[in-house]
Design a binder for this molecule. Sequence first.
Ligand SMILES: *Cc1c(COP(=O)(O)O)cnc(C)c1O
Length: 455
Amino acid sequence: MKKQKKFILQEKEIPTQWYNIQADMVNKPLPPIHPATKQPLTWEDLAHIFPAECSRQELDTEHRWIDIPEEVLEKYKFYRSTPLVRAYELEKALDTPAHIYFKNESVNPLGSHKINSALPQCYYAKMEGTTNVTTETGAGQWGAALAYAAKVFGLEAAVYQVKISMQQKPYRSSIMRTFGAVVTGSPSMSTRAGKDILTVNPKHSGSLGTAISEAVELAMTTPNCKYTLGSVLNHVGLHQTIIGLEAEKQMAMAGEYPDMVIACFGGGSNFGGIAFPFMRHSILDGKKTEFIAAEPESCPKLTRGVFQYDFGDEAGLTPLLPMYTLGHQFKPANIHAGGLRYHGAGVIISQLIKDKMMHGVDIPQLESFDAGMLFARTEGIIPAPESCHAIAATIREALKCKESGEEKVILFNLSGHGLIDMTAYDQYIDGDLQNYSIPDAEIAKNVAELEPIIK
Ligand SMILES: *Cc1c(COP(=O)(O)O)cnc(C)c1O
């Protein structure tokens, strides 16, 4: 039989609805609550900072399928479907009987999956009469996607970029500015939150937490301005299900169904995006797929965090969210996978972990780059440092299959390419990268500061 490597959908086969897993979850996620009153928030509350439609989607536990607006679908078709690829060369290098597939979300002009949610968020903001959007960005993929989507729908974008990432990846700021966004390194002196953080620690190198604080503050103090987020929240994961819904059709073209679905994990959007459509069959049809989220060893909220209400940002301006968290004051090491340096997991994911529908694994930085190098040298694609974590977890599983002789079908999401991250690869090749493990005491100290709302 002729080997087929790549599976692509015709334009008319591209899904026209997103999948809302909240409708099918046995235990629904706990609601976000107001930090002062501890009362559950309504979508109207959330709509003070987010677009109204995103706020409704955030709390929607009812509608399983949500129509993708025509205008968004049209923009999706610029780069979708994305290819599903059988990684024959990687399989050969690992000498594994496993069948390894990856969904390639790096093949759009912005280079990561983030664009899948940036487009609908900007579309809804525009439809609702918003003129400006703000956001935070770590490594810069979300900021780049948002800057582009804002331009597409005629909005002004202000982006707070984590300062350390801005220094590590200067080209991402250039990309955002090319699309017309105003980019500021966080923590900055331009907001109250930024000033407070710098007063305590003038050398603070920034985190997603600090950047979120600043972007939320700007949105709250600017008329006609909405805040957008590229991960963590339910509506972001919802938009990303386009990945898994396509992959489901493409796996069927390949005549297979995954035994394992793997993705790297920052706040959970690309993981949820690829996993939820398959998890639907685990919930409804009794499929036995294993779902693995690969997080960095230096930011292990899934495996070593606590399940508790916590803030989404460092300054404590957001609603309280029920999540697996290392505490919002947790300062992750400056690993190159900037998009994975976040202290908490999304609300849906946190509930799914609690319900043992999925689990996390911790990947040391060096192992992630070992994996990325092997992938580059076999499949010819240089993966984003974040995506390297998914590849490392995949390689672990493929090697277990080699041991046991099992011919498992593994599907992982390649969330982005690493072409703007070549300094990281240079440092790896020169032997200048290191692992960062965290002592239990440090985690314990941070989570001890959380108010114990979930007993
Ligand atoms: C942002 C990002 C991630 C992490 O975010 P999730 O919401 O967990 O998906 C992973 N990979 C890439 C390439 C990213 O840009």
